[in-house]
Design a protein around this ligand. Structure first.
Ligand SMILES: C[S@@+](CC[C@H](N)C(=O)[O-])C[C@H]1O[C@@H](n2cnc3c(N)ncnc32)[C@H](O)[C@@H]1O
Length: 451
């Protein structure tokens, strides 16, 4: 990440600046950062969540603020600096007001917290915004709430679209349906609102794929900082481990023996209904008591985490296991008490989903930028491959040299235009392939441009 930002600055690429409203611990921010955005600040009124945000977004400003209070936007302006330009405003206003489980009251103050984002959009005039909420918001009051939100943003000059996305369709080992509302100032020709689904029945990332390498905690409860005991077994685990040497937040729960005995009787993929008659009846079971299945994505991770059990072990999942099911890498450490951590994990937008949406938004931003096709593609591809520092570095070096290469091409070829771009693209692809064997990210578009 620093390398990529570094080369952007060196090569005169201005970062695209984001304000994250109701940022929580920063799941949305983390994914957008991976898509190449610069998170200027995260704003939330919950200190433990902001502490986690700060810990994992060292370059961003954590702002503790009640966004429902007058003057909140002035404080933000002051904290980020008068002259900081904001390109994108994102946020997940609290969902209880809209939620199917919470009180559905149009006058609920929380229902109108999104208004702080509308006010922010009026003041900062970003080129785009993104709002996230529970799926219940789509149909709430027969769709009136959604329509009202769309109209209010349209009145500010944005084209607005909404889509219900399931995180599992984007490689997250969890079915989590969330409504996203996106607004852009004007659509560029090739801009598609939403990312294409990459996963389905054939290739879900499953619970087993996600957490089978983590210590069982069968003989010990573990600790906030521990060690890995096994090698990774899947590509997903490798990606999530992110070269971490320390295993954070993998701390088990001490269940009473009778709870263990009851959990033991819930079959893999089953729930409380599978318990034999008489078992646990006096315990007022929550209907949601469910055991994950190793061969399927998990159910939606909530903020309590006491309703779901590990697919194999007779206990509730640890914070780290749920963080993995939410697609947080192991390097993302959660701070606060266990209850606070549970809340942060369960509230978050899965970073992988946020990244997929962010990449679409990045296409919109780059599409608007006055730069040639090759640079656009390099920019987009480099965002997709941010986790590969060697590739980022290679692209960086290449971008630094691009002025020289183009000057040279101009001298040699009298008609720079398409031919020059084609040759440059070809050089770019070959150079990167040579530096990072197998990284053929630029081959496709260089072919296209050559052809
Ligand atoms: C659904 S969570 C957002 C999760 C976040 N987008 C993520 O990806 O991690 C909503 C957040 O809104 C915060 N919040 C609730 N009411 C607020 C208020 N009045 N002012 C500021 N933040 C508030 C909560 O503390 C919570 O962290």
């Amino acid at each position: 990440m620093p390398i990529l930002m570094n080369f952007r600055q060196k090569s005169k690429f201005m970062p695209f600046n984001v304000l994250d409203f109701f940022s929580g611990c920063g799941g949305l921010s983390y994914g957008l950062e991976r898509a190449g955005f610069n998170i200027v600040a995260g704003i939330d009124d919950n200190l433990p969540a902001l502490n986690t945000f700060k810990h994992n977004h060292r370059k961003s400003i954590p702002i503790k603020l009640d966004l429902g209070k007058a003057g909140a936007l002035d404080t933000i302006r002051e904290r980020i600096g008068e002259n900081t330009k904001i390109d994108l405003i994102v946020g997940g206003p609290p969902c209880q007001g809209f939620s199917l489980t919470g009180p559905r009251n149009l006058d609920d103050k929380r229902n109108s917290l999104y208004m702080s984002m509308l006010e922010a959009v009026k003041i900062f005039k970003p080129r785009a915004f993104l709002l996230e909420n529970v799926k219940g918001m789509k149909t709430l009051y027969k769709g009136q709430v959604l329509e009202e939100i769309k109209e209010k943003f349209q009145a500010e000059g944005y084209l607005v679209d909404a889509s219900l996305l399931d995180a599992a369709n984007f490689g997250v080992p969890q079915h989590r349906h969330r409504l996203f509302i996106m607004g852009v100032k004007s659509k560029t020709k090739h801009f598609k609102w939403w990312p294409d689904q990459t996963h389905g029945d054939e290739n879900w990332v499953t619970c087993g794929d996600a957490i089978s390498d983590l210590p069982s905690l069968k003989n010990s409860i573990g600790s906030e900082e521990s060690k890995y005991e096994h090698e990774t077994k899947t590509e997903y685990q490798k990606k999530m481990r992110n070269d971490s040497n320390v295993l954070y937040n993998h701390l088990g729960t001490r269940h009473k023996q009778f709870v263990i005995d009851v959990i033991n009787q819930v079959p893999e993929g089953g729930n409380w209904k599978n318990l034999p008659p008489g078992v646990g009846e006096s315990r007022k079971f929550n209907e949601a008591w469910t055991r994950y299945h190793r061969n399927y994505p998990s159910r939606t991770i909530d903020t309590g985490h006491r309703n779901h059990f590990h697919y194999k072990w007779n206990r509730v999942p640890t914070i780290r296991e749920n963080a993995r099911l939410q697609s947080f890498p192991d390097t993302f450490e959660f701070l606060g008490t266990k209850t606070q951590q549970n809340k942060q994990v369960g509230n978050a937008v899965p970073p992988l989903l946020a990244k997929a949406i962010g990449e679409k938004l990045m296409e919109y931003f780059v599409g608007d930028k006055p730069m040639n096709e090759v640079l656009k593609q390099i920019y987009i591809e480099s965002n997709k491959n941010m986790d590969n520092p060697r590739l980022s570095e290679a692209i960086g070096t290449m971008l630094e040299q691009q002025t020289e290469i183009r000057a040279e091409l101009k001298k040699r070829i009298k008609t720079p235009g398409a031919v020059a771009i084609g040759i440059f693209a070809s050089l770019a692809g070959t150079a990167i392939e040579a530096i990072v064997p197998g990284a053929s990210v630029l081959q496709g578009f260089s072919q296209t441009l050559r052809g």
